[in-house]
Design a protein around this ligand. Sequence first.
Ligand code: URA
Length: 248
Amino acid sequence: MGKRQRLDKILSHAGFGSRREVKILLRARRVMVNGEVVTSGELGIDPEQDLVLVDGRSVQYREFTYLMLNKPAGYLTATKDRYAPTVLDLVPENWRMRRLAPVGRLDKDTEGLLLLTNDGALAHRLLAPASRVPKTYLVRVDKPVTQVELETLAGGVVLDDGYRTLPAQATLVNGQGLELELTLYEGKFHQVKRMLKAVGKQVTYLQRRSMGPLVLDPELPLGVCRELTMEEIKLLKAIDHRNTSTDG
Ligand code: URA
């Protein structure tokens, strides 16, 4: 038998709104548990055994929430800030109250893929250096990158603090050398910008395209988030498991 949880919590996690909104739903006699109308959110539910229906439809029980955000420039990767807007300001109310946190960080002026979740264990493992989760960036620079510089970026460059970067992948996106794709297996502070600086370039635009198996949804408008699909969640959990179990 699974762990019991309050009915109102289950409904809230499944996307039926705040506890207050769930209360209204219950009062309206729209919720049934194992064939009986239930009006109290305090009822203990075993998600593995009990059948919960709202308006006759079965409720997908979800312990955690996973969101993909297409982060725009101008937002801090933080949950709260006194002065600047944060990525949490882009998350609709019904998700925000689930204590979501960004997994890793993008600079204020960086755009693209940002995962937000309340699955702390998964976030922790994705961020663990030993996991070596690849992150791919689209990078635009002020001056053309030469073939030799591409190889230098891929082989490892020495940053301003003396750190030598791990082997990466670097390819040009167009012939002019002003746009490249960079895949890193680590995540030092401002790493992309500092790597480009090490070869004499300034980053003019930066977008994260992927993180492990998770690819930025091309249909997702800037500033909008959506829940991960079951398939995406499965892929994330699988790579996480494989990496941590081989790399220690
Ligand atoms: N590297 C950077 O320099 N900035 C980011 O936001 C992400 C990676």
